[in-house]
Structures are given as structure tokens and as C-alpha cells.
Design a protein around this ligand. Structure first.
Ligand code: ADP
Ligand code: MG
Length: 328
């Protein structure tokens, strides 16, 4: 029993009890393996100012489906919906910014606008600046790694094969094979994928690594080319709480290694919330709060809306769309 407790106190690693690494974990601290994949490039800054984004929901209905309305094309009115309203934020290297809020509040839209992948909408005002320059697809490709919510990986390759394949395609041509292999090993170590490195990735139909491991492979694919800015859309969705917590710990370590991390999370647990440096709380596309994560509860308490005892702040304030819309 003592050994069991000691294991969980000593390490937060997601390890199997049969793994040979367990004995190492028992007697080593978290610090030993961390931060050797530090980003050594220049500091980055991401700024969004007064962003207003509208989507035309009517434009997505094909013209032939509208024929039933017996109207000529110029008589059809667009159906505009505001997805993001007057949003401003700023984050720089070394910080982890979490975009939190209920489903449909505009988290994915925001990340897609930043990475120039928004479709079906228009930015009516505001701008997105990466190191003071407007975001263009070329600039985004050079400086930002975007991990989307769905894992787009080849199911029949193993984790190591996937990474070697991407290393061949994505790393600069002057890299030697030995350097590419070294980079793959570094990423596998950084994202704790050693135990499943030779397992097939799999998907919904092909059994492979676990869901949490597959999410980490998606992150590893992006981390391979050592980006300074990492953007992740709901990286913890679909994961159990223990794996989700470990994943955010990994992201927090990456942020401390001089990276800029921007992620969206749908109402995180309180232990995950504590790991964030900055938080944007979105409510129907508007920012209800932007600032340090630890100041969020005092901010709302000062406004007269304290978080009830034993209640998770992101659960409580994340409901603002439905319950508190009047006062935010
Ligand atoms: N291209 C689009 N076409 C139609 N509606 C969209 C589009 N993009 C976003 N929306 C709408 O904007 C809102 C925010 O969507 P989204 O950013 O995906 O929310 P979240 O990721 O927070 O769940 C939703 O109501 C969604 O229906
Ligand atoms: Mg989303």
C-alpha cells in the first residue's frame, strides 16, 4: 500500500505498472526528464485586436436547395450570425493561454482565424498579429503548429514510423538522417511515447494506441519541426481526466521551455485550470474575462459573483452563456 501511495506521490507519469520505467519513476523526480526540448528560437508574441467575425449560415445551403423557396437568387437574404465579437488578447512565449467556454461559444472559430483556416465566415473588423505582422498563410505555415481537434494520422503506421515519415517531409533539407532520427527520439521522449513507439497508430476501425496516446502523437507530429507557437483545439476532449491532466502538464512544460501555447478547452477540471497562465473566457463569442488564470475568481467575486465553495470555477463561470448572460 505504501509503495502504491509513493508511486502516485513521486510521479505524475502515465505509466503501466509492468513497464520497466516504473522503477525509474519511483525514485526520480519530474524535473529529470523535462525541458530538454526547449525552444531556442526567438520569442514570439501573438496579438488579437478588436476581432469581429461573422458567419453566413445561409450561404452554406446549396442554391438548388433554395429553389423550393420560389425566390430569385438576389431576393434571398443572408443569415448573418456573429461568431466572435470584439475580442482582444495578447500572449507571448513562455505563457500558456487557454480559451475556455461552453460549446458553440467560438473557440474553434478563434483558433481557425488565427491560423488562417477559417471557412465560411468573414472578419468584419480587427486584426491578428504574429510578432507585429499580420497573419498570412505563409507566415502561419512558418511559425505556427496547429493541432486540430480530430487526429489526422495514417492508421497503419506505428508511432515511430509516423514521426520518421513526417521528419523526412517536414524538416529542412540540410538535416542529415542521423539528425532526423535524433529529433524523432527527442519528441518521443518529450511526449512520453516510448512505451508505444512501436505500436500501430490505428483509428476508429483499426485498433492501435489509446486515445490519449493518439492525441500525443498528433502533438508530436507538430512538435517535430520545433515550432515557437503551438495552437491546439480541445486537446483534452475525449480523454479521461488523468490522461487529460498529464497532457496539459506536458503542454505547460513546453510553454516553460520558451514556447507560446494557445489551447481551447471545454470547461477544464480545477487541477487543469491551475496550470494555465492566462485565460480567455468566451461567452457567445465575446470575452467575459481575459487575464491571469489565478485572478479570474477574484475578478468575478469583486463584481459580486463569487464562485460557490467546492465548485469548479470553469464549470461555474463557463455556464455564463445560459445563466448569467444578463450581467456579463
Ligand atoms: N463556417 C461556419 N458556418 C456556420 N456557422 C459557423 C461557422 N463557423 C462557426 N459557426 C458558428 O459559430 C459558433 C461558434 O462555433 P465554434 O467556434 O465551432 O464553437 P466552439 O468551438 O466553441 O464549440 C457556432 O454557433 C457555429 O455554429
Ligand atoms: Mg470547437
Amino acid at each position: 500500500m505504501f509503495l502504491f501511495d509513493l508511486f502516485f506521490q513521486t510521479t505524475t507519469e502515465y505509466q503501466s505498472f509492468n513497464s520497466p520505467e516504473v522503477s525509474d519513476c519511483l525514485f526520480s523526480s519530474e524535473e529529470d526528464s523535462s525541458l530538454y526540448f526547449t525552444y531556442s528560437g526567438e520569442c514570439n508574441e501573438l496579438e488579437v485586436t478588436n476581432l469581429h467575425y461573422e458567419v453566413d449560415t445561409a450561404a452554406q445551403i446549396p442554391w438548388y436547395e433554395k429553389l423550393s423557396e420560389f425566390k430569385l437568387p438576389w431576393e434571398l437574404k443572408g443569415d448573418k450570425q456573429t461568431a466572435i465579437n470584439d475580442l482582444s488578447l495578447r500572449v507571448r512565449s513562455g505563457q500558456m493561454l487557454a480559451v475556455i467556454g461552453s460549446s458553440g461559444c467560438g473557440k474553434t472559430s478563434l483558433l481557425d482565424i488565427i491560423t488562417c483556416r477559417d471557412e465560411g465566415g468573414t472578419m468584419t473588423s480587427g486584426q491578428v498579429l504574429i510578432n507585429g505582422k499580420r497573419n498570412t498563410p505563409q507566415l502561419v505555415k512558418k511559425s505556427i503548429a496547429h493541432v486540430r481537434q480530430d487526429d489526422r494520422l495514417l492508421p497503419h503506421l506505428t508511432v515511430r514510423e509516423t514521426l520518421c515519415f513526417v521528419a523526412k517531409l517536414r524538416l529542412p533539407t540540410h538535416f542529415t538522417q542521423a539528425q532526423r532520427d535524433q529529433r524523432v527520439d527527442d519528441v518521443i521522449a518529450e511526449l512520453r511515447l516510448r512505451q508505444c513507439a512501436n505500436t500501430r497508430v490505428g483509428n476508429d476501425y483499426v485498433r492501435g494506441v489509446s486515445g490519449g496516446e493518439r492525441r500525443r502523437v498528433s502533438i508530436a507530429v507538430q512538435l517535430l519541426w520545433n515550432p515557437g507557437i503551438l495552437i491546439l483545439d480541445e486537446p483534452t476532449s475525449g480523454l479521461d481526466s488523468f490522461t487529460a491532466h498529464n497532457l496539459v502538464i506536458t503542454l505547460s512544460r513546453l510553454a516553460k521551455g520558451n514556447r507560446l501555447i494557445l489551447l481551447s478547452v471545454h470547461q477544464p477540471r480545477s487541477d487543469i485550470f491551475q496550470l494555465f497562465d492566462l485565460v480567455v473566457l468566451l461567452s457567445s463569442g465575446s470575452a467575459a474575462y481575459f487575464g491571469a488564470a489565478r485572478d479570474m475568481v477574484p475578478y468575478f467575486t469583486a463584481l459580486g459573483y463569487p464562485c460557490p465553495r467546492y465548485c469548479n470555477p470553469s464549470d461555474f463561470y463557463g455556464r455564463c452563456k445560459n445563466d448569467f448572460i444578463g450581467y456579463f
